[in-house]
Write a protein of this length. Structure first.
Length: 218
């Protein structure tokens, strides 16, 4: 039950990025929610055009019924299912540390894109538990809508860092300059690390991918 940290990060990087820049609130965002959903929460990041809903399923569902539900609901609003790398791999099993606690996680995602190619919808499913024997007790569901950005730019950048053995150090560097709202203070990071070409490159990539607000200046 092990896969590389890079694979896990990229598989959910857009979700993590937007959640860190979002404020959780019950805002009435209209997103499809399975009938037996519990603990429904809404998220919005108007600056990035990201809207999400998350909830938990404990009973009265099957995975196939859940997929059918979302396929029908998203088809009704002119979204077409696409086959991404995550769905090709199927369910991914790994162990992650959350607030210092080890969790067993089984994860799967599906992706849809609007007919005009301007928007994307991602369905992320997770079984998550500290006790591997109770891993399937709950299903954590997130449905997220966002602009259809160029993920390949981010994927290639992190893949190159991992290849060169610099991925972990780079992520630690970004963490050092993370602001309270979840963004990265690139102005300060670059000024204090003028010889780090990866920082400048990453800033450019996020700008090109429409994920960077105000050019990263804080």
């Amino acid at each position: 039950m092990k896969t590389s940290f890079f694979c896990i990060l990229f598989g959910t990087i857009l979700l993590l990025f937007s959640f860190e820049n979002s404020s959780a609130q019950k805002n009435g965002i209209n997103g499809p929610v399975y009938p037996s959903a519990q603990n429904i929460k809404s998220f919005v990041d108007k600056d990035h055009g990201v809207y999400s809903k998350s909830y938990i399923l404990i009973s009265d569902y099957t995975i196939n019924d859940l997929f059918s539900f979302y396929s029908a609901e998203l088809n009704n609003i002119d979204f077409i299912e696409v086959e991404n790398d995550s769905s090709k791999k199927g369910w991914m099993n790994f162990i992650d540390m959350i607030n210092g606690v080890q969790f067993h996680i089984c994860q799967f995602s599906k992706e849809w894109v609007s007919i005009d190619k301007s928007k994307k919808a991602i369905l992320l499913l997770q079984h998550k538990s500290r006790d591997v024997d109770r891993l399937r007790d709950k299903l954590f569901v997130t449905i997220q809508f966002m602009p259809n950005i160029n993920e390949a730019l981010i994927h290639d950048f992190f893949k190159e860092l991992e290849k060169d053995g610099e991925f972990v150090d780079f992520m630690k560097l970004l963490e050092k300059y993370k602001t309270p709202d979840g963004n990265i203070n690139f102005t300060k990071a670059i000024s204090e690390n003028p010889n780090n070409k990866d920082l400048r490159h990453y800033k450019e990539i996020l700008y090109d991918a429409n994920l960077l607000i105000n050019g990263g200046n804080h």
